[in-house]
Design a protein around this ligand. Structure first.
Ligand code: ARG
Length: 470
Protein backbone atom coordinates (compact mmCIF):
# COMPACT_ATOMS: atom_id res chain seq x y z
CA UNK A 1 0.00 0.00 0.00
CA UNK A 2 2.91 2.34 0.61
CA UNK A 3 5.25 0.88 -2.04
CA UNK A 4 5.78 4.29 -3.71
CA UNK A 5 8.16 5.53 -1.04
CA UNK A 6 10.17 2.33 -0.56
CA UNK A 7 13.07 0.71 -2.38
CA UNK A 8 12.81 -2.73 -0.80
CA UNK A 9 10.10 -5.12 0.35
CA UNK A 10 9.11 -5.28 4.02
CA UNK A 11 11.17 -7.95 5.75
CA UNK A 12 9.27 -11.17 6.42
CA UNK A 13 9.81 -11.02 10.21
CA UNK A 14 8.70 -7.39 10.27
CA UNK A 15 5.46 -8.34 8.57
CA UNK A 16 4.82 -10.92 11.20
CA UNK A 17 5.79 -8.54 13.99
CA UNK A 18 3.64 -5.63 12.83
CA UNK A 19 0.51 -7.47 11.74
CA UNK A 20 -2.55 -7.19 13.95
CA UNK A 21 -4.90 -9.64 12.27
CA UNK A 22 -4.92 -11.95 15.26
CA UNK A 23 -6.63 -9.21 17.26
CA UNK A 24 -8.48 -7.14 14.68
CA UNK A 25 -9.98 -9.58 12.17
CA UNK A 26 -13.02 -9.79 14.40
CA UNK A 27 -13.59 -6.11 13.61
CA UNK A 28 -14.29 -6.85 9.94
CA UNK A 29 -18.06 -6.27 10.03
CA UNK A 30 -17.69 -3.01 11.95
CA UNK A 31 -14.89 -1.86 9.65
CA UNK A 32 -17.03 -2.54 6.59
CA UNK A 33 -19.93 -0.63 8.07
CA UNK A 34 -17.61 2.33 8.69
CA UNK A 35 -16.36 2.17 5.10
CA UNK A 36 -19.93 2.10 3.77
CA UNK A 37 -20.69 5.28 5.69
CA UNK A 38 -17.53 6.87 4.32
CA UNK A 39 -18.55 5.91 0.77
CA UNK A 40 -22.02 7.40 1.28
CA UNK A 41 -20.49 10.59 2.58
CA UNK A 42 -18.04 10.84 -0.35
CA UNK A 43 -21.04 10.58 -2.68
CA UNK A 44 -22.92 13.16 -0.61
CA UNK A 45 -20.11 15.69 -1.08
CA UNK A 46 -19.73 14.82 -4.76
CA UNK A 47 -16.42 12.94 -4.68
CA UNK A 48 -18.17 9.77 -5.87
CA UNK A 49 -21.13 9.52 -8.26
CA UNK A 50 -24.25 7.85 -6.82
CA UNK A 51 -23.56 4.97 -9.19
CA UNK A 52 -19.97 4.57 -7.98
CA UNK A 53 -21.11 4.72 -4.37
CA UNK A 54 -23.73 2.06 -4.98
CA UNK A 55 -21.19 -0.26 -6.58
CA UNK A 56 -18.68 0.22 -3.76
CA UNK A 57 -21.34 -0.30 -1.11
CA UNK A 58 -22.54 -3.52 -2.75
CA UNK A 59 -19.00 -4.86 -3.01
CA UNK A 60 -18.24 -3.95 0.59
CA UNK A 61 -21.29 -5.85 1.82
CA UNK A 62 -20.42 -8.78 -0.45
CA UNK A 63 -16.94 -8.83 1.09
CA UNK A 64 -18.59 -8.93 4.50
CA UNK A 65 -20.67 -11.94 3.50
CA UNK A 66 -17.59 -13.71 2.10
CA UNK A 67 -15.74 -13.11 5.36
CA UNK A 68 -18.68 -14.51 7.34
CA UNK A 69 -18.77 -17.56 5.07
CA UNK A 70 -15.03 -18.08 5.46
CA UNK A 71 -14.47 -17.62 1.72
CA UNK A 72 -12.36 -14.51 2.19
CA UNK A 73 -9.50 -15.18 4.58
CA UNK A 74 -7.05 -12.44 5.61
CA UNK A 75 -3.49 -12.27 4.31
CA UNK A 76 -0.81 -11.56 6.88
CA UNK A 77 1.12 -9.60 4.27
CA UNK A 78 -1.74 -7.08 4.28
CA UNK A 79 -1.09 -6.32 7.94
CA UNK A 80 -4.49 -5.64 9.40
CA UNK A 81 -8.23 -5.87 8.91
CA UNK A 82 -8.43 -2.44 7.28
CA UNK A 83 -5.84 -3.18 4.58
CA UNK A 84 -7.28 -6.62 3.88
CA UNK A 85 -10.75 -5.27 3.25
CA UNK A 86 -9.53 -2.38 1.15
CA UNK A 87 -7.31 -4.73 -0.90
CA UNK A 88 -10.27 -7.06 -1.47
CA UNK A 89 -12.34 -4.12 -2.64
CA UNK A 90 -9.63 -2.97 -5.08
CA UNK A 91 -9.27 -6.54 -6.33
CA UNK A 92 -13.01 -6.65 -7.03
CA UNK A 93 -13.58 -3.21 -8.51
CA UNK A 94 -10.18 -1.94 -9.55
CA UNK A 95 -9.51 1.79 -9.56
CA UNK A 96 -12.99 2.53 -8.25
CA UNK A 97 -12.03 0.59 -5.10
CA UNK A 98 -8.92 2.75 -4.87
CA UNK A 99 -11.19 5.78 -4.33
CA UNK A 100 -12.44 4.50 -0.95
CA UNK A 101 -9.62 5.75 1.26
CA UNK A 102 -9.90 9.43 0.19
CA UNK A 103 -9.79 11.73 3.21
CA UNK A 104 -9.30 8.83 5.57
CA UNK A 105 -6.40 7.31 7.47
CA UNK A 106 -6.22 4.03 9.29
CA UNK A 107 -5.82 6.16 12.39
CA UNK A 108 -9.33 7.58 12.31
CA UNK A 109 -10.56 4.37 10.71
CA UNK A 110 -9.42 2.10 13.54
CA UNK A 111 -10.80 4.51 16.12
CA UNK A 112 -14.18 4.48 14.35
CA UNK A 113 -14.20 0.73 13.86
CA UNK A 114 -13.40 0.06 17.51
CA UNK A 115 -16.17 2.34 18.68
CA UNK A 116 -18.66 0.73 16.30
CA UNK A 117 -17.66 -2.73 17.45
CA UNK A 118 -17.78 -1.79 21.13
CA UNK A 119 -21.24 -0.24 20.97
CA UNK A 120 -22.62 -3.65 19.93
CA UNK A 121 -20.41 -5.58 22.31
CA UNK A 122 -21.38 -3.43 25.29
CA UNK A 123 -25.04 -4.14 24.64
CA UNK A 124 -24.24 -7.86 24.94
CA UNK A 125 -22.37 -7.10 28.13
CA UNK A 126 -25.49 -5.40 29.47
CA UNK A 127 -27.58 -8.45 28.57
CA UNK A 128 -25.55 -10.61 30.95
CA UNK A 129 -25.41 -8.03 33.71
CA UNK A 130 -29.18 -7.70 33.53
CA UNK A 131 -29.55 -11.41 34.31
CA UNK A 132 -27.25 -11.08 37.32
CA UNK A 133 -29.24 -8.13 38.65
CA UNK A 134 -32.52 -10.01 38.23
CA UNK A 135 -31.07 -13.00 40.07
CA UNK A 136 -29.97 -10.85 43.00
CA UNK A 137 -33.46 -9.34 43.20
CA UNK A 138 -34.94 -12.82 43.33
CA UNK A 139 -32.52 -13.92 46.04
CA UNK A 140 -33.37 -10.84 48.08
CA UNK A 141 -37.05 -11.75 47.91
CA UNK A 142 -36.35 -15.39 48.75
CA UNK A 143 -34.21 -14.60 51.81
CA UNK A 144 -35.79 -11.37 53.02
CA UNK A 145 -36.99 -12.97 56.24
CA UNK A 146 -33.92 -15.13 56.85
CA UNK A 147 -31.66 -13.74 59.56
CA UNK A 148 -27.91 -14.33 59.40
CA UNK A 149 -24.92 -12.78 61.15
CA UNK A 150 -23.49 -9.65 59.57
CA UNK A 151 -19.75 -9.04 59.85
CA UNK A 152 -17.26 -6.23 60.16
CA UNK A 153 -13.57 -7.19 60.33
CA UNK A 154 -14.94 -10.67 59.65
CA UNK A 155 -16.15 -10.69 63.29
CA UNK A 156 -19.83 -11.02 64.10
CA UNK A 157 -21.28 -7.53 64.24
CA UNK A 158 -25.09 -7.28 64.01
CA UNK A 159 -27.83 -9.57 62.74
CA UNK A 160 -28.94 -8.87 59.18
CA UNK A 161 -31.55 -10.08 56.77
CA UNK A 162 -29.96 -12.23 54.07
CA UNK A 163 -32.08 -10.17 51.69
CA UNK A 164 -30.09 -7.13 52.77
CA UNK A 165 -26.90 -8.97 51.87
CA UNK A 166 -28.11 -9.81 48.36
CA UNK A 167 -29.34 -6.26 47.84
CA UNK A 168 -25.91 -4.94 48.87
CA UNK A 169 -24.51 -6.64 45.77
CA UNK A 170 -27.50 -5.68 43.69
CA UNK A 171 -26.67 -2.01 44.25
CA UNK A 172 -22.96 -2.54 43.61
CA UNK A 173 -23.64 -4.26 40.29
CA UNK A 174 -26.30 -1.71 39.42
CA UNK A 175 -23.66 1.00 39.72
CA UNK A 176 -21.51 -1.12 37.43
CA UNK A 177 -24.37 -1.01 34.93
CA UNK A 178 -24.21 2.78 35.17
CA UNK A 179 -20.46 2.57 34.59
CA UNK A 180 -21.20 0.46 31.55
CA UNK A 181 -23.58 3.11 30.30
CA UNK A 182 -20.90 5.75 30.83
CA UNK A 183 -18.44 3.61 28.85
CA UNK A 184 -21.03 3.27 26.10
CA UNK A 185 -21.39 7.05 26.03
CA UNK A 186 -17.60 7.40 25.70
CA UNK A 187 -17.62 5.07 22.70
CA UNK A 188 -20.62 6.77 21.13
CA UNK A 189 -18.74 9.60 19.37
CA UNK A 190 -17.60 9.40 15.75
CA UNK A 191 -13.93 10.15 15.01
CA UNK A 192 -14.21 9.51 11.26
CA UNK A 193 -12.92 12.49 9.32
CA UNK A 194 -10.08 13.18 11.72
CA UNK A 195 -7.79 11.67 9.08
CA UNK A 196 -4.25 10.82 10.14
CA UNK A 197 -4.29 13.59 12.76
CA UNK A 198 -5.22 16.94 11.25
CA UNK A 199 -8.46 16.53 9.35
CA UNK A 200 -8.56 16.83 5.55
CA UNK A 201 -8.33 19.32 2.71
CA UNK A 202 -11.33 17.51 1.20
CA UNK A 203 -14.75 18.89 2.20
CA UNK A 204 -15.66 15.86 4.34
CA UNK A 205 -19.05 16.02 6.05
CA UNK A 206 -18.36 14.48 9.44
CA UNK A 207 -21.89 15.00 10.70
CA UNK A 208 -23.16 12.98 7.76
CA UNK A 209 -21.04 9.89 8.56
CA UNK A 210 -21.77 10.15 12.27
CA UNK A 211 -25.50 10.24 11.56
CA UNK A 212 -25.29 7.35 9.10
CA UNK A 213 -23.54 5.23 11.74
CA UNK A 214 -26.01 6.18 14.47
CA UNK A 215 -23.42 7.94 16.64
CA UNK A 216 -24.85 10.43 19.10
CA UNK A 217 -22.13 12.98 18.28
CA UNK A 218 -18.77 13.57 16.60
CA UNK A 219 -15.43 13.94 18.37
CA UNK A 220 -14.39 17.58 18.52
CA UNK A 221 -10.67 17.51 17.79
CA UNK A 222 -8.86 15.56 15.07
CA UNK A 223 -5.67 15.01 17.10
CA UNK A 224 -7.57 13.95 20.20
CA UNK A 225 -9.63 11.61 18.00
CA UNK A 226 -6.68 9.50 16.85
CA UNK A 227 -4.39 9.76 19.88
CA UNK A 228 -6.50 8.97 22.91
CA UNK A 229 -7.78 5.66 24.21
CA UNK A 230 -9.60 6.82 27.32
CA UNK A 231 -12.87 5.53 25.82
CA UNK A 232 -11.28 2.09 26.09
CA UNK A 233 -10.13 2.78 29.64
CA UNK A 234 -13.75 3.55 30.49
CA UNK A 235 -14.72 0.11 29.21
CA UNK A 236 -11.85 -1.42 31.19
CA UNK A 237 -12.91 0.38 34.33
CA UNK A 238 -16.37 -1.09 34.01
CA UNK A 239 -14.79 -4.57 33.87
CA UNK A 240 -12.46 -3.78 36.77
CA UNK A 241 -15.26 -2.55 39.00
CA UNK A 242 -17.46 -5.49 38.06
CA UNK A 243 -14.59 -7.89 38.73
CA UNK A 244 -13.77 -6.41 42.10
CA UNK A 245 -17.40 -6.71 43.15
CA UNK A 246 -17.72 -10.26 41.81
CA UNK A 247 -14.52 -11.34 43.56
CA UNK A 248 -15.75 -10.07 46.93
CA UNK A 249 -19.08 -11.82 46.48
CA UNK A 250 -17.24 -15.04 45.63
CA UNK A 251 -14.99 -14.66 48.66
CA UNK A 252 -17.95 -14.09 51.00
CA UNK A 253 -19.68 -17.22 49.79
CA UNK A 254 -16.47 -19.24 50.10
CA UNK A 255 -16.12 -18.11 53.71
CA UNK A 256 -19.78 -18.47 54.68
CA UNK A 257 -19.94 -21.99 53.23
CA UNK A 258 -16.81 -23.20 55.05
CA UNK A 259 -17.33 -25.64 57.94
CA UNK A 260 -16.32 -22.92 60.42
CA UNK A 261 -19.17 -20.64 59.29
CA UNK A 262 -21.34 -23.18 57.55
CA UNK A 263 -24.60 -21.30 57.09
CA UNK A 264 -24.41 -20.97 53.30
CA UNK A 265 -25.14 -24.03 51.21
CA UNK A 266 -23.58 -24.21 47.76
CA UNK A 267 -25.23 -26.41 45.14
CA UNK A 268 -23.31 -29.67 44.57
CA UNK A 269 -23.45 -29.14 40.82
CA UNK A 270 -21.34 -26.00 41.23
CA UNK A 271 -18.69 -27.56 43.47
CA UNK A 272 -15.96 -30.09 42.85
CA UNK A 273 -14.49 -32.92 44.89
CA UNK A 274 -10.98 -33.90 45.84
CA UNK A 275 -8.99 -36.66 44.16
CA UNK A 276 -7.70 -37.83 47.55
CA UNK A 277 -9.98 -36.56 50.35
CA UNK A 278 -13.38 -38.23 49.95
CA UNK A 279 -15.19 -35.80 52.25
CA UNK A 280 -14.27 -32.65 50.31
CA UNK A 281 -16.76 -30.37 48.57
CA UNK A 282 -14.72 -27.51 47.22
CA UNK A 283 -15.99 -24.12 46.00
CA UNK A 284 -13.70 -24.17 42.94
CA UNK A 285 -16.14 -22.23 40.76
CA UNK A 286 -16.13 -19.34 43.22
CA UNK A 287 -12.37 -19.54 43.63
CA UNK A 288 -11.82 -19.40 39.88
CA UNK A 289 -14.18 -16.49 39.68
CA UNK A 290 -12.19 -14.72 42.39
CA UNK A 291 -8.98 -15.58 40.55
CA UNK A 292 -10.14 -14.59 37.08
CA UNK A 293 -11.34 -11.20 38.29
CA UNK A 294 -7.72 -10.13 38.75
CA UNK A 295 -7.19 -10.23 35.00
CA UNK A 296 -9.46 -7.21 34.51
CA UNK A 297 -7.08 -5.16 36.63
CA UNK A 298 -4.12 -6.48 34.67
CA UNK A 299 -5.62 -5.63 31.30
CA UNK A 300 -6.58 -2.12 32.35
CA UNK A 301 -3.11 -1.58 33.79
CA UNK A 302 -1.62 -2.82 30.51
CA UNK A 303 -3.39 -0.11 28.52
CA UNK A 304 -2.71 2.61 31.08
CA UNK A 305 1.00 1.81 30.89
CA UNK A 306 0.83 1.88 27.08
CA UNK A 307 -0.63 5.39 26.94
CA UNK A 308 1.35 6.86 29.81
CA UNK A 309 3.79 9.39 28.40
CA UNK A 310 2.87 8.52 24.81
CA UNK A 311 3.44 11.56 22.58
CA UNK A 312 0.56 12.88 20.51
CA UNK A 313 -0.86 11.66 18.26
CA UNK A 314 -1.06 8.12 16.88
CA UNK A 315 1.80 5.75 17.69
CA UNK A 316 1.88 2.10 16.80
CA UNK A 317 1.89 1.18 20.50
CA UNK A 318 -1.85 1.84 20.29
CA UNK A 319 -2.35 -1.24 18.14
CA UNK A 320 -1.77 -3.23 21.34
CA UNK A 321 -4.94 -1.74 22.83
CA UNK A 322 -7.05 -4.68 21.69
CA UNK A 323 -5.47 -7.84 23.07
CA UNK A 324 -6.18 -7.26 26.74
CA UNK A 325 -9.59 -5.79 26.06
CA UNK A 326 -10.75 -8.89 24.19
CA UNK A 327 -9.39 -11.03 26.98
CA UNK A 328 -11.43 -9.01 29.49
CA UNK A 329 -14.57 -9.53 27.43
CA UNK A 330 -13.89 -13.24 27.45
CA UNK A 331 -13.34 -13.43 31.18
CA UNK A 332 -16.48 -11.38 31.77
CA UNK A 333 -18.63 -13.72 29.71
CA UNK A 334 -17.02 -16.73 31.37
CA UNK A 335 -17.86 -15.39 34.82
CA UNK A 336 -21.43 -14.59 33.87
CA UNK A 337 -21.90 -18.00 32.30
CA UNK A 338 -21.85 -19.48 35.82
CA UNK A 339 -22.49 -16.78 38.40
CA UNK A 340 -26.27 -16.18 38.07
CA UNK A 341 -27.03 -19.93 37.92
CA UNK A 342 -24.86 -20.57 40.94
CA UNK A 343 -26.45 -17.74 42.93
CA UNK A 344 -29.94 -18.90 42.02
CA UNK A 345 -29.22 -22.14 43.85
CA UNK A 346 -27.39 -20.83 46.90
CA UNK A 347 -29.26 -21.85 50.03
CA UNK A 348 -29.12 -20.52 53.58
CA UNK A 349 -29.36 -22.72 56.62
CA UNK A 350 -31.29 -20.57 59.10
CA UNK A 351 -30.53 -23.10 61.79
CA UNK A 352 -26.76 -22.95 61.32
CA UNK A 353 -26.94 -19.18 61.02
CA UNK A 354 -28.67 -19.18 64.42
CA UNK A 355 -25.56 -20.68 66.02
CA UNK A 356 -23.94 -17.37 65.32
CA UNK A 357 -26.34 -15.81 67.80
CA UNK A 358 -25.86 -18.31 70.64
CA UNK A 359 -23.78 -16.08 72.95
CA UNK A 360 -26.10 -13.17 72.24
CA UNK A 361 -23.21 -10.71 71.92
CA UNK A 362 -24.39 -9.79 68.44
CA UNK A 363 -27.26 -7.94 70.21
CA UNK A 364 -24.94 -5.70 72.24
CA UNK A 365 -25.65 -2.68 70.03
CA UNK A 366 -29.40 -3.31 70.47
CA UNK A 367 -28.93 -3.11 74.25
CA UNK A 368 -26.87 0.08 74.01
CA UNK A 369 -29.48 1.71 71.75
CA UNK A 370 -32.22 0.56 74.15
CA UNK A 371 -30.48 2.53 76.89
CA UNK A 372 -30.19 5.56 74.62
CA UNK A 373 -33.96 5.32 74.21
CA UNK A 374 -34.16 5.65 78.00
CA UNK A 375 -32.17 8.87 78.02
CA UNK A 376 -28.70 7.51 78.70
CA UNK A 377 -25.91 9.20 76.67
CA UNK A 378 -24.64 6.75 74.07
CA UNK A 379 -21.02 6.71 75.27
CA UNK A 380 -22.19 5.80 78.81
CA UNK A 381 -24.51 3.15 77.41
CA UNK A 382 -21.66 1.74 75.33
CA UNK A 383 -19.49 1.40 78.43
CA UNK A 384 -22.24 -0.17 80.54
CA UNK A 385 -22.98 -2.77 77.88
CA UNK A 386 -19.26 -3.36 77.34
CA UNK A 387 -18.91 -4.18 81.04
CA UNK A 388 -21.93 -6.45 80.85
CA UNK A 389 -20.41 -8.33 77.90
CA UNK A 390 -17.12 -8.66 79.76
CA UNK A 391 -19.00 -10.13 82.73
CA UNK A 392 -20.70 -12.63 80.39
CA UNK A 393 -17.35 -13.59 78.84
CA UNK A 394 -15.79 -14.13 82.25
CA UNK A 395 -18.77 -16.05 83.60
CA UNK A 396 -19.19 -17.99 80.33
CA UNK A 397 -22.77 -16.79 80.04
CA UNK A 398 -24.85 -15.78 77.05
CA UNK A 399 -26.18 -12.24 76.94
CA UNK A 400 -29.50 -13.75 75.98
CA UNK A 401 -29.47 -16.21 78.88
CA UNK A 402 -29.59 -13.83 81.84
CA UNK A 403 -32.34 -14.12 84.44
CA UNK A 404 -34.48 -11.09 85.31
CA UNK A 405 -32.61 -10.84 88.63
CA UNK A 406 -29.31 -10.74 86.83
CA UNK A 407 -30.57 -8.06 84.44
CA UNK A 408 -31.73 -5.97 87.41
CA UNK A 409 -28.38 -6.35 89.13
CA UNK A 410 -26.08 -5.95 86.11
CA UNK A 411 -28.02 -3.32 84.14
CA UNK A 412 -30.58 -1.63 86.41
CA UNK A 413 -31.74 0.66 83.59
CA UNK A 414 -33.08 -2.34 81.66
CA UNK A 415 -36.77 -2.99 82.04
CA UNK A 416 -38.70 -6.20 81.57
CA UNK A 417 -39.22 -5.61 77.85
CA UNK A 418 -35.50 -5.73 76.95
CA UNK A 419 -34.84 -9.50 76.81
CA UNK A 420 -37.76 -9.88 74.41
CA UNK A 421 -36.01 -7.57 71.96
CA UNK A 422 -32.85 -9.66 71.84
CA UNK A 423 -34.20 -12.10 69.30
CA UNK A 424 -32.67 -12.28 65.78
CA UNK A 425 -35.89 -11.57 63.86
CA UNK A 426 -36.93 -8.76 66.22
CA UNK A 427 -33.49 -7.20 66.16
CA UNK A 428 -33.51 -7.15 62.36
CA UNK A 429 -37.09 -5.89 62.12
CA UNK A 430 -36.27 -2.95 64.38
CA UNK A 431 -33.54 -1.66 62.05
CA UNK A 432 -36.01 0.36 60.04
CA UNK A 433 -33.84 3.31 59.04
CA UNK A 434 -33.98 4.00 55.31
CA UNK A 435 -31.73 1.45 53.66
CA UNK A 436 -31.51 -0.53 56.91
CA UNK A 437 -31.75 -4.29 57.20
CA UNK A 438 -35.39 -4.71 58.30
CA UNK A 439 -37.39 -6.86 55.85
CA UNK A 440 -39.58 -3.82 55.29
CA UNK A 441 -36.54 -1.80 54.21
CA UNK A 442 -35.27 -4.64 52.05
CA UNK A 443 -38.66 -4.61 50.34
CA UNK A 444 -38.37 -0.86 49.85
CA UNK A 445 -34.91 -1.32 48.29
CA UNK A 446 -36.24 -4.02 46.01
CA UNK A 447 -38.86 -1.62 44.70
CA UNK A 448 -36.30 1.17 44.24
CA UNK A 449 -33.93 -1.31 42.63
CA UNK A 450 -36.59 -2.56 40.24
CA UNK A 451 -37.31 1.01 39.13
CA UNK A 452 -33.62 1.64 38.54
CA UNK A 453 -33.25 -1.66 36.70
CA UNK A 454 -36.24 -0.92 34.49
CA UNK A 455 -34.83 2.53 33.75
CA UNK A 456 -31.56 0.98 32.62
CA UNK A 457 -33.40 -1.60 30.53
CA UNK A 458 -35.26 1.22 28.82
CA UNK A 459 -32.06 3.17 28.17
CA UNK A 460 -30.19 0.17 26.75
CA UNK A 461 -33.22 -0.80 24.66
CA UNK A 462 -33.14 2.70 23.18
CA UNK A 463 -29.45 2.25 22.28
CA UNK A 464 -30.19 -1.09 20.68
CA UNK A 465 -32.93 0.43 18.56
CA UNK A 466 -30.59 3.14 17.31
CA UNK A 467 -28.02 0.50 16.34
CA UNK A 468 -30.52 -1.75 14.63
CA UNK A 469 -31.61 1.23 12.54
CA UNK A 470 -28.10 1.63 11.10
N1 ARG B 1 -3.64 -1.78 12.82
C1 ARG B 1 -3.50 -0.44 13.29
C2 ARG B 1 -4.07 -0.31 14.71
O1 ARG B 1 -4.76 -1.17 15.13
C3 ARG B 1 -4.23 0.50 12.38
C4 ARG B 1 -3.62 1.85 12.34
C5 ARG B 1 -2.30 1.84 11.69
N2 ARG B 1 -1.86 3.17 11.51
C6 ARG B 1 -0.59 3.46 11.24
N3 ARG B 1 -0.29 4.69 11.17
N4 ARG B 1 0.31 2.53 11.11
O2 ARG B 1 -3.81 0.64 15.40
Amino acid sequence: MWKGRFTEETHETVRRFTQSLDVDWRLAAADIRGSVAHVRMLAHIGLLTPEEARTLEEHLFAIGRDIDAGILVPKESLEDVHMNIEAALIERCGSLGAKLHAGRSRNDQVATTMRLFLREALLDVWGRLEVLLETLQQKAGEHRDVVVPGYTHLQQAQPISMGQYWMAYFWAFLRDAERLLAAYHSCDACPLGAGALAGSTLPLDREFTARDLGFSRITENSMDSVAQRDYLLDVHYFFVSFGLHASRLAEDLIIYSSTEFGWIELPDAFCTGSSIMPQKKNPDVLELLRGKAGQFVGHMTDLMVSVKGLPLTYNRDLQEDKRGLWASFEVYFQILSVLPDLLARVGVSAEKARRGFSDGFIFATDVAEYLVGRGIPFREAHEKVGRLVRWCVEEKRALTGLSSDEWRRLLPEAEADLPGLLVPETSVERRKTLGGTSPEQVRWQQAQGMDALNGLRETFRGKKEILSGT
